[in-house]
Write a protein that binds this ligand. Sequence first.
Ligand SMILES: Cc1ncc(COP(=O)(O)O)c(C=O)c1O
Length: 455
Amino acid sequence: MAGHIDPSLLRRNAHSPSFFALSRAGGTDQAELVDFCIPCNPYFPTPEMFGRLGGMLETILKYYPSDADTITAELCGTLGLNPQTVAMGNGSTELITWIDHLLVRESLAVPIPTFGRWTDQPLETGKRVDMYPLRESRDFALDVDDFAAFVRARGSRAAVICNPNNPDGGYVHRRDVLRLLDRLVDLDLVVVDESFIDFVDAEPAPSVADEAAIRPNVIVLKSLGKNFGLHGIRFGYLVANPALAGRVRSALPKWNLNSFAEVMVFLLKEYRAEYRTSLARLAADRRTMTDQLDSLLPGLRVFSSQGNFVLVKLPDGKDGVQLRDYLLSEHGVFVRECGNKLGADSSFLRLVVRPPQDVRRLLTGIGAFLYGTEKARPTVPLLSPSPRSDAPPLRPGADVPPLPRRADPHPSPSPRPEAPAHLYGAPEPIPSAPPAGPPVLRPSSLEDVYSTRSI
Ligand SMILES: Cc1ncc(COP(=O)(O)O)c(C=O)c1O
């Protein structure tokens, strides 16, 4: 386990610690840590693709990439987009930065909780950020008409929504997003951040990118790291009308995309079927994981998600910081506690959708923390994380039953105070004692590690 992490090795005020930083701090093999924190498609690229990328490593590292126009043109060919309406960035965070510098003039409205850069970036450049609180009592669902009224009341000149939203996975149907765009047509800018939209299975064509290309004030933003499972590459793009997209493109540095991004973009067209398969597997995993969190961990409130993560709320009196530290130190499981997200607090955890064998490890850890006693302790076997290739592949386009809709009522956390031991199968020893007293890693010191609203 990653039980020997020395938090002092990590900087104060850093972003959420990277997988690399945690691995170094723990002095452990990276394979021991299971990352439920950073949302990344575990089923793509395929092992074959990684093999090809690995075989090209020296070339990738030695040579300059082509300029961004060449790489963008290839991506557009694969995705069926008009290159004039697209700007590619070194991660969608680079594009958020430029959108703020170039196009957000005085104020921006944003529902919270959400991805931290949408509040922090404009604040850092002196803009007014009008924060619209999503309500837990409504499952953090965004009511677009109410949000539009809020924008009017505040006089915000720009607005952004994330769809699906991070950290709750809430999804707004395309017809409702279009209604919002219609209502905000006089704003300087409306951004729809669709960084997680490829994970949506609530309707067949959820994106509004086609509309962004022909509307006067709309940008659709996409991160490629999450859906293509390649956060390390740092690539993303935006879609807007040619004038807006051109403005961002002309501000971006030449060669802002690296050779890994170029090679990957040129490989994509050969692996469309595998990509679709990866999304279907992820949606199936999301449904299973949601069901298991809900049924095997009584007292936990589980929010229905269309992203590749699931938001949960801990039972009253249970602290997310302690749980996060416990999971990391005792189970080698790394989760996102939401205490530093505006509009959320430490009772919320965001859990990345991962393959079932990893989820079992998560359930074991959370169960040991929540229930603690032999009687109620969950007995899900603790397994090592397995390579992506372990699970049998789904057929491309395989039928995956839809997730329960977001509007579905969630069971109240309180009526189920104890874990029914029989749900967890045959008793099996938990590897380490649950935290009867203080957590193994002191929260104060771990604040060095987990200190900002990022990701
Ligand atoms: C909604 C949203 N948009 C954008 C980003 C940034 O993604 P990238 O890695 O492409 O910079 C994130 C990262 O988590 C996110 O949650």
